[in-house]
Design a protein around this ligand. Structure first.
Ligand SMILES: [Zn+2]
Length: 256
């Protein structure tokens, strides 16, 4: 039985890759829907597009949840804990949340009076540029809506399962400084109220920790932790910026 677990274990990596694969398929399907937005008829076409995207979020969110449930069950078996447990699948986000995210992503498509002080730089761009930007934003927000469902499924399972004690963040080597900073904190006990903080384009995973298991930071997360302790922790108010710089100086941030 697995007496220890880690943010960098083989199964955590495999699970993150599976969720990432789902993101790729989602992006491909999102691009297929792009033609539904007709620039000359935004009023009529954007709601149709939103409806189609909402269906994708529902479909892919369910897939993300069930991948997470399979992962959780496999981890539970590997930890050899006793008793049965059925993983509850997270609900899809409310329609309103999906709508608001997509309205935000497409807000610069609408014509505005160029002389109005509210007009943004983005709104002054030609339509094809604005469409491109709206598409990028929409892909990012739907990715978060979908993958958050998988992450919530693991978190909620940890909360309800009497054999689970904590969860930890598994950040990819290519993750941003914010995610790496949170990953260095290791396991978070389930009685702590802290939720999982993700952002658009975040590929971090949630690793469950069971009774009898010892959580150990992976080698790379331990290195991030050392950089944080030495270069960021002593500077309250400026920690994230200093951590980001320390990561970059030591080759731990991907080139942007
Ligand atoms: Zn992340």
């Amino acid at each position: 039985m697995a007496r220890s677990t880690s943010d960098g274990g083989r199964s955590a990596d495999a699970h993150r890759r599976a969720q990432r694969g789902l993101t790729r398929l989602l992006t491909r399907d999102m691009r297929g829907l792009r033609r539904l937005i007709i620039p000359s008829r935004l009023e009529a076409s954007v709601p149709t597009w939103i409806e189609a995207v909402r269906a994708l979020v529902e479909q892919y969110g369910a897939a993300s949840s069930s991948l997470s449930a399979d992962y959780y069950e496999a981890e539970r078996i590997a930890a050899a804990v006793t008793g049965r447990f059925t993983v509850p699948l997270a609900d899809p986000p409310p329609d309103e949340q999906v709508d608001n995210s997509l309205r935000w992503a497409t807000k610069d498509l609408w014509e505005r009076d160029p002389d109005s002080p509210d007009t943004t730089e983005a709104q002054l761009q030609p339509m094809d540029v604005r469409l491109e930007q709206a598409e990028k934003k929409a892909e990012a927000v739907t990715q978060k809506l979908v993958i958050d469902q998988g992450r919530s499924t693991v978190q909620e399972a940890v909360r309800q399962d009497r054999q689970a004690v904590a969860w930890a963040r598994a950040a990819a080597l290519g993750a941003c400084a914010f995610c790496k900073m949170l990953a260095t904190r290791g396991m978070v006990y389930k009685r702590e109220t802290a939720g999982f903080r993700s952002h658009d384009g975040c590929h971090c995973g949630v690793v469950p920790v069971f009774k009898g298991q010892k959580f150990e930071l992976s080698d790379h997360a331990r290195e991030w932790e050392r950089l944080y302790r030495d270069h960021a922790a002593p500077y309250p108010g400026d920690q994230l910026r200093r951590f980001r710089r320390a990561l970059a100086d030591n080759g731990h941030l991907p080139a942007l």
